[in-house]
Ligand binder design. Sequence first.
Ligand code: ATP
Ligand code: MG
Length: 426
Amino acid sequence: MLQSQLLIKTLKSAPADEPSANAQLLVRGGFIYKNSAGIYTYLPLGWRVLQKISDIVREEMNAIGGVELFMPALVEKKYLEATDRWKVEIGYKIATNNQKLKTDNFVLGWTHEEVITAIAKKYISSYKDLPVAVYQIQTKFRNEPRAKSGLLRGREFLMKDLYSFHADEKDLFSYYEKVKKAYFKIFSRCGLKTYLTLAGGGYFTISNTHEFQVLAPVGEDTIIYCKKCKYAENIEISKLNEGDDCPKCASSLAKSNAIEVGNIFPLGTKYSEAFDLEYQTKSGEKKLVVMGSYGIGISRLMAAIVEVYHDEYGIIWPKEVAPFRAHLIGLETQNQKLRTTAEKLYKDLQKSGIEVLYDDRGDKTPGEKFADADLIGIPYRIVVSDKTLKYHSAELKLRSAKMTKLIRIRHLPQFLKSKIKNQKSK
Ligand code: ATP
Ligand code: MG
């Protein structure tokens, strides 16, 4: 993609009302645009990152038998009334016909347990229909009293929600373990180390729930965790204190702020009871379906990655979620020969299947181009200049390292391709 056509312009100064690193860097780097408090546009660069994250989530959900669907964002009152959640204040309630209706009859979906259970009632009737798991990646709306810290807590945000349906608790908990593993994989592919944290029961669950927490000073949660065996509890339910012995391995426990990037709930039969979702067993008995629900904050995940991966100059995207793998920078592009060489290299990189952003802008100084590259944070920077052309080469640098390396231009696409391939298979 040509940088001159990206729509974005990087900004020198950061928004004054948004102190968190993710808000500062994502806004300055042209990844997001703040429309209102807690409401953002994902600009082309930011949208690419979200797509990368979504693709990882899809791959791992599909790998555990999840099937993707897409539910409406407008949720009728009757659904939430069935579980007594219409009264929950987090929803933006609306009247679909303002002229005639005096009261609100819809809410902008802030969660979809009720909607999916009503759908499941139509299609699940026998043990043969179970187990089944469906998920969606969709915008959720929440009237958060404290919309803050950029994408970490939005009023409108992207979530992946998975719902599973089982014949009994044993089957639910065996699937629950699979989801745990898939979540660890997703977060680790996003470059993040997560702690699986024991958390409270929440609204309608049969037991404790679990959260996936990323250690970060900006995080709103506090967790007590063991550095050695990774055992962790959310302080909200925990009787443990910093310095206590770990209940699993007896090492000393630590305490930290953390960002909840995902959570998983064994729901039991609360929703199937409310919607009368039953199935017939092999012996002809009627039983309630047992359910689980599992969320990941896709846009919060993007913010968490930036909170962990940045330095004083900008973002340092982990490879799998970077908007592009390579950032090609043409210096002195007013020189025709150099321009032609850089353009050819751009095409050759693309032909080799490397996603590349080409800084073709003619009105920027080298210093401005380097500063932008550091801010945007694409893993490989490739510079073509008068100096490098003397050696028929381009200069290659990792965003995460200081060292540069000259590589023959004609070898570069193949060289990068092999690097990226190795990274993917790891
Ligand atoms: P939190 O405790 O942070 O308020 P939650 O426990 O209400 O979140 P869920 O309703 O289970 O979260 O939502 C699933 C996931 O969606 C969360 O783990 C989080 O990653 C993300 N999420 C929740 N609320 C927001 C928000 N306001 N902005 C961005 N992401 C959010
Ligand atoms: Mg929570």
